[in-house]
Design a protein around this ligand. Structure first.
Ligand code: NAD
Ligand code: TYD
Length: 353
């Protein structure tokens, strides 16, 4: 399979992107992988140290909102495919500052679509623009039901609205200009290398240093959790076998209320830190809720499992233990991201909450 040879992966220095880059670089030495990333606060080249010297990998620092830069990049490189993950990704930050989300998630995506369209002329059989999106575009579920690929879009945060906007743009470029595209919408990921602004790594770091665990509202919101390496295998499966123009929902049938997740996590942390069972849970603090907090997300994954044969391979408890162990064993990574900027972000989000 030597088509789709040169692949541009955007956002490859981030959490999910770094796992995707690693999987492609290691498993497909015949492909050239170019990782384009702006290295925002969420991008970290430490995530890729183990593969950075492999011959089929190259890193480029750049901003997808910079139109001339993107145009020039495509003029210089004959990309066969794009796997687009670069985004502003945190709901709480989108509430405080939506413009960065509009710029990167919508304008940045359109810049990539335009550059791809310009550079892919003629036969597009072996070309693919793969857009990575989120289940949050579907809005919020009540107690019952699951998101299918036919669920109408109903985004409710600036983050999810910007991702919904980018999904619409990708489909518009497909229907209007014939660009070969595929989209996947995945549920909440967790695992190594996730920036500790998101619930699980934030809680791990706080528990370790005996700080409060801020749980929004009553902790009754439900998320559907998938281990990040399983998302990476889903992306690889869709990249190679997904049908052009189609959407795939990705999730591992693993719904949990936030408070139940935190209790499981506290139990694992007690165990790993040699604390008495129940000790870490005392750190839970119910704090003021997130405005517009979506109640429940849950994915119906029958399309990707039925049509493409993908299955998640890591159960939640095992995945959470692996995640905890990674954070405890990688103190250097953790302290390198808990910078002054992180501390001032943390204060602005959680002081007086
Ligand atoms: P992340 O915030 O960890 O990483 C995003 C990466 O994009 C960073 O490396 C950052 O430097 C880069 N980036 C940001 N703005 C950029 C720009 N203007 N130009 C170039 N690079 C830029 O995010 P993540 O959690 O790894 O999410 C990756 C993708 O997956 C996003 O598109 C997100 O919407 C989607 N997604 C995430 C989840 C999740 O649970 N984290 C679930 C479903 C879908
Ligand atoms: P998060 O990791 O931010 O992902 P998303 O908002 O994209 O689902 O949050 C996961 C859930 O945890 C969500 O319901 C909000 C909640 N949450 C807290 O209760 N406390 C926190 O400090 C954070 C960051 C999130």
């Amino acid at each position: 399979m030597d088509h789709k040879k040169t692949i541009l992966i955007t956002g490859g220095a981030g959490f999910i992107g770094s796992h995707v880059v690693r999987l492609f670089v290691k498993n497909f030495p015949q492909y050239q992988i170019v990782n384009l990333d702006k290295l925002t606060y969420a991008g970290n080249l430490e995530n890729l140290r183990d593969i950075e010297n492999l011959p089929n990998y190259r890193f480029l620092k750049g901003d997808i909102t910079d139109e001339p830069f993107i145009e020039n990049l495509f003029a210089q490189h004959p990309f066969d495919s794009v796997i687009h993950l670069a985004a502003e990704s945190h709901v709480d930050r989108s509430i405080n500052g939506p413009m960065a989300f509009i710029n990167t998630n919508i304008i940045g995506t359109v810049n990539l679509l335009n550059a791809t369209k310009k550079s892919w002329t003629g036969n597009m059989e072996n070309k693919l623009f793969y857009h990575i999106s989120t289940d949050e575009v579907y809005g919020s579920l009540g107690e019952e039901g699951l998101f299918t690929e036919e669920t109408p879009y109903d985004p409710r945060s600036p983050y999810s609205a910007s991702k919904a906007g980018s999904d619409h743009m990708v489909r518009a470029w497909h229907h209007t200009y014939g660009l070969p595209v595929v989209i996947s919408n995945c549920s909440n990921n967790y695992g190594p290398h996730q920036f500790p602004e998101k619930l699980i790594p934030l809680a791990i770091c706080n528990i370790k240093s005996n700080r409060e665990i801020p749980v929004y509202g009553k902790g009754e919101n439900v998320r559907d959790w998938l281990y990040v390496e399983d998302h990476a295998t889903a992306i690889e499966t869709i990249f190679h076998s997904g049908k052009t123009g189609r959407t795939y929902n990705v999730g591992g049938n693993n719904e949990l209320r936030n408070i139940d997740l935190i209790r499981i996590l506290c139990g694992i942390m007690d165990n790993r830190l040699g604390r008495k069972q129940g000790e870490s849970e005392k750190l839970v603090k119910f704090v003021r809720d997130r405005p517009g907090h979506d109640l429940r997300y849950a994915i119906d994954n029958t399309r990707i499992t039925g049509e493409l044969g993908w299955r998640p391979s890591v159960g939640f408890r095992k995945g959470l233990e692996k995640t905890v162990d990674w954070y405890l064993e990688n103190e250097k990574w953790v302290s390198s991201v808990l910078t002054g900027a992180y501390k001032s972000y943390y204060r602005s989000q959680y002081d007086d909450r």
